[in-house]
Design a protein around this ligand. Sequence first.
Ligand code: FE
Length: 208
Amino acid sequence: MSAHLHDDPHAPIEENPEEPDYFDVLQTAIRELLVEKGLIGAGEVRAMIETLDAHAPALGSALVARAWSDPDFKERLLADGTAAIEEFGIDNYDGTELIVLEQTPDTHNLVVCTLCSCYPRPVLGLPPDWYKSRPYRTRAVREPRALLAEFGTTVPEDVTIRVHDSNANMRYLVLPMRPPGTEDWTEEQLAELATRDTMIGVTTARTP
Ligand code: FE
């Protein structure tokens, strides 16, 4: 391997998708060691990557569309998110507890992991880079209203913002408010409005 190791690991890493960066090399080295020592099998690594790739925001969008269309399902989703996503056919592969938070006219929920990058991966796939960034993790707690404004989301002063800090065992998913004027929309149409960012709480669902 033409190891592209930097002398200084804190030096900025140039973005060249052709060349492995510092973390690619580190990741490969650790994975090869774990396999060599017999702690994990190469097939397990492949299967896990396949699982990760199979989970994407489209699952969450379909879930929200179902909740918007079926009040009984919505009730079950809010009462026990983990059981409801399994009922919906989503493999809760990481065994975490899922708590679903309903946006209301009075309360705007926002999800963060202040420590690292905990995220409802079974429902939304891998988190976006900004979610893992230090500015997002700190500002979500310190000044959520200003942070949301930068996402183009103006939360009125009389609406309470609740920030939910995810952790290794507990993950949060936001159930956005169903936009008005969508009463006779199909679940497929509704799913288009339930974007990834609405389920993190950085934006709200809107009709186009
Ligand atoms: Fe985390």
